[in-house]
Design a protein around this ligand. Structure first.
Ligand code: NAD
Length: 253
C-alpha cells in the first residue's frame, strides 16, 4: 500500500519540473494523477516520459475560471472524485526594477500566479472530498524580497493570504490548505531566470544564488515533491494554514 493509495490528485503546472517530479512520486505511492498544464506539447511529453496507466492529462490555463471548471469536470468524469489538489502552476515574469517592469508582463504574472490560485480555490477545492488536502506552491520569494522580481514576489506573498483564508473557509469539510516555499530549484524556470538576469553569464547568477544557500546548492524538484507528498498524506492530517519551506537554509541566512 502506498501513502496515497487510491487517492485522486490534480497537479497544475504538472508538465513542469516540480509538477512532473510530484506526479511521479504520487503515482509511485498509489495515487491516480491528473496533470494540468497550459502546454499540450509539454503534457504529451511528460505523459510519454512517466508512462503510467494511472496518469492522465488535461490542457488548462489556470488563470481562466472556465478552464478550472473544465479541469474539475474532466477529473470527476475520469475518476469520480478529487482528494488532492496541488496548485503549482506559476511563471517567473521578467527581471526588471518596478519602474521599468513591463505592464503586460506584470498583468500576466498576476493572472497566472495569483488569479490561478484564487480560481483553483474557488472552483476546484469545493468539489473535493471531505478530508482532502490542498498544496499551493509559493516560494522563498513569498517570504522575502528579491530586487527585480517584483511581480513574482508580490504574487508569491499574496497567495499566502489566499491559503490562510481557504484553510479557514474549508474546515467544515476538513480540507487542509498549506503553502510550499521552495528555494531556487535546479530546473528550467531557474535557467530562464539566470539567463534573464545575466544573458551573457548565467553561471554567475547560479553562483550568486548558491552562495546565499547554507547547504551550498539549489533544491531538487524531487525534494519539493517529498514535501508535497507529506502534505498530501495522512501523515500531516493536523497541519493546515501553514507555510512549509524547502530551501537548504536560505531564509535563515
Ligand atoms: P516550470 O516552469 O518547470 O513549471 C511551471 C509549469 O507551469 C510549466 O509546465 C508551465 O507550462 C505551466 N504553466 C504556466 N502558465 C500556466 C497556466 N496559465 N496554466 C497552467 N499551467 C501553466 O517551473 P517549476 O519550478 O516546476 O515551477 C512550479 C512552481 O514552483 C511555480 O509556481 C514556481 O513559481 C514555483 N517555484 C519555482 C522555483 C524554481 O526555482 N524553479 C522556486 C520557487 C518556487
Amino acid at each position: 500500500m502506498g501513502r496515497l493509495q487510491d487517492k485522486v490528485a490534480i497537479i497544475t503546472g504538472g508538465a513542469g519540473g516540480i509538477g512532473k517530479a510530484t506526479a511521479k512520486l504520487f503515482l509511485d505511492q498509489g495515487a491516480m494523477v491528473v496533470i494540468a498544464d497550459i502546454s499540450k506539447e509539454a503534457l504529451e511529453k511528460a505523459s510519454l516520459e512517466i508512462d503510467q496507466e494511472n496518469l492522465s492529462y488535461c490542457v488548462v490555463d489556470v488563470s481562466k475560471p472556465k478552464e478550472n471548471q473544465k479541469l474539475v469536470a474532466y477529473t470527476l468524469e475520469v475518476h469520480n472524485k478529487i482528494d488532492i489538489f496541488f496548485a503549482n502552476a506559476g511563471i517567473e515574469g521578467t527581471s526588471k526594477p518596478i519602474v521599468e517592469y513591463p505592464d503586460d508582463i506584470f498583468d500576466n504574472v498576476i493572472d497566472v500566479n495569483l488569479k490561478g490560485v484564487w480560481y483553483g480555490c474557488k472552483y476546484v477545492v469545493p468539489k473535493m472530498t471531505v478530508g482532502g488536502s490542498v498544496m499551493i506552491t509559493s516560494s522563498v520569494a513569498g517570504l522575502k524580497g528579491f530586487a527585480g522580481l517584483g511581480a513574482y514576489v508580490a504574487t508569491k506573498h499574496a497567495i499566502i493570504g489566499i491559503m490562510r483564508v481557504a484553510a479557514l473557509e474549508f474546515t467544515s469539510n476538513k480540507i487542509r490548505v498549506n503553502t510550499i516555499h521552495p528555494g531556487p530549484v535546479n530546473n528550467e524556470m531557474m535557467r530562464r531566470i539566470e539567463k534573464d538576469i545575466s544573458p551573457e553569464n548565467p553561471g554567475e547568477v547560479l553562483k550568486g544564488f548558491e552562495a546565499t544557500i547554507p547547504f551550498g546548492r539549489y533544491v531538487d524538484s524531487n525534494e519539493i515533491a517529498q514535501m508535497a507528498l507529506f502534505l498530501a498524506s495522512e501523515d500531516s492530517k493536523m497541519i493546515t494554514g501553514c507555510m512549509h519551506i524547502v530551501d537548504g537554509g536560505m531564509l535563515t541566512n
